[in-house]
Write a protein that binds this ligand. Structure first.
Ligand code: ADP
Ligand code: MG
Length: 415
């Protein structure tokens, strides 16, 4: 008998649906259940054949338990070793190298550090930071967001250098990135399961996060060309990063899909948030993947080296990052969603119109996530008081790039 464990946080509907679906298909030969774990011994015996991890990014004890379970031969989805090593800025840079369009992005030194880290500890840091040059490169408005994390936490739109300083000064020990804001005309959030199965979900980020209103039903939302390119980008990204459960978000502007968020190894799959169709799709896709993994011959671990843990056994998907399937095969695998729920026809007809406003509206929402304490006119002073902040620039009005035609940071791969 095979045993599958689900490690969860507060979410309800997805883990319950997954356990039910695996148990139904498992027919007593494979059983799924919530993981139970207490003190973990060094020689903890093998208990689960596979664990789906939805929460270890927020509970370090779980991450320690999962790494230990992996050593004992448990397949952990997503790989806890890579997840621990990963960050969003690295991901952007990697994806850009692989030919995916990525908004211009700069990694910023932190505003604050753990106790004991003083100015002397930070002698390698450039001071003052070249704020003006950074803003000139990224353009305004821009998005300030953590290089790690998710759930729309600490994501802000900044419209000026002063606003940037003001918000940055509230970011504490978080390591932040400043990213070009894509004035998108379309936006999609896409599941990718097992580095093979793709579901592209038209998405309206102007609606309240997790409200159930964000997923838009429009089967003709994307052109065939965009669907093909986005599918290829998703597979490229997820195969390069090795995530078996992930979502990739694209802000699309003038026909170019910019990947803006793709480190989501425990993506929202809640029935009430993503809607019935998407929820059922992802439950089935994960169930299929679980049974596929369980059916693969498991190597007996003989190599106790980090690389064996990062990449435990080759699967067909991982053998070649460049092995993107043919367009026809991709088209067959890629699903554009069926109705998520009934939506008024004027909304369905006006999708294009309202998403053109989306960038501004979402920014307002996002602005409300982080409320700078100080007003922009005080920001210069506030920034000057930090070690990494610069003097006010000679020209305090940075050049805006919002109106010029955007150029991807990299060209699509020549294949
Ligand atoms: N570069 C960007 N251009 C336009 N909108 C963005 C950009 N980055 C983030 N956003 C908006 O902010 C939301 C949250 O940012 P995201 O990078 O997805 O962080 P999280 O991991 O917290 O979901 C996105 O869904 C999108 O609506
Ligand atoms: Mg996101």
């Amino acid at each position: 008998m095979k045993r599958v464990g689900i490690l969860v946080g507060r979410e309800l509907t997805f883990p319950e649906a997954l356990i039910k679906s695996i148990n139904e298909r498992g027919n007593g030969e494979t059983i799924a259940e919530f993981v139970k774990v207490g003190g973990v011994r060094l020689d903890e015996p093998h208990r689960y054949d596979l664990i789906i991890d939805r929460i270890s990014h927020e509970v370090p004890f779980y991450r320690g338990f999962l790494k230990r379970a992996a050593l004992e031969g448990t397949i952990v989805v997503n790989n806890p070793f890579w997840w621990s090593a990963d960050d969003k800025f690295f991901n952007y840079a990697l994806a850009a190298k692989l030919g995916v369009a990525i908004p211009r992005t700069v990694l910023l030194p932190q505003k604050a550090y753990i106790e004991g880290v003083t100015n002397e500890s930070l002698r390698n840091l450039e001071f003052p930071l070249q704020w003006q040059a950074i803003v000139d490169y990224v353009g305004l408005p821009a998005m300030l967001k953590p290089f790690n994390g998710g759930g729309w936490k600490n994501v802000s739109r900044v419209n000026s250098l002063e606003e940037l300083w003001s918000v940055y000064d509230q970011t504490g020990r978080l390591c932040m990135t400043l990213q070009e804001m894509i004035q998108f005309d379309h936006f999609v959030r896409c599941y990718c399961i097992g580095q093979e199965e793709v579901l592209i979900m038209p998405y309206d980020p102007t609606k309240v996060y997790l409200s159930g209103e964000q997923y838009v039903n429009d089967p003709n939302y994307l052109s065939a060309e965009l669907t093909e390119r986005i599918t290829k980008d998703i597979l490229t990204i997820c195969r390069a990063l090795g995530y078996d459960i992930n979502t990739v978000e694209f802000a699309i502007c003038d026909g170019v899909p910019y990947a803006i968020d793709f480190m989501n190894p425990a993506p929202d799959a809640d029935l009430h948030s993503v809607g019935e169709y998407n929820h059922n799709w992802v439950t089935k896709a994960v169930t299929d993947f679980v049974f596929k993994k369980l059916a693969e011959p498991q190597e007996t671990r003989t190599r106790y080296r980090w690389d064996a843990l990062l990449n435990p056994e080759p699967t067909s998907a991982m053998q070649s990052l460049t092995a993107v399937a043919s367009a026809a095969e991709q088209a067959a695998r890629t699903i554009v969603p069926k109705p998520v729920r009934e939506i008024p026809s004027e909304i369905a007809a006006g999708v294009t119109a309202f998403v053109s406003e989306a960038a501004d509206v979402v920014s307002d929402i996002i602005n409300s996530v982080v409320q700078p304490e100080s007003q922009p006119q005080n920001a210069k002073q506030s920034a000057k008081s930090t070690r990494t902040s610069s003097e006010a620039p000679r020209n305090p009005t940075p050049k805006s790039n919002s109106s010029r035609k955007r150029k991807p940071t990299s060209e699509p791969p020549k294949m």
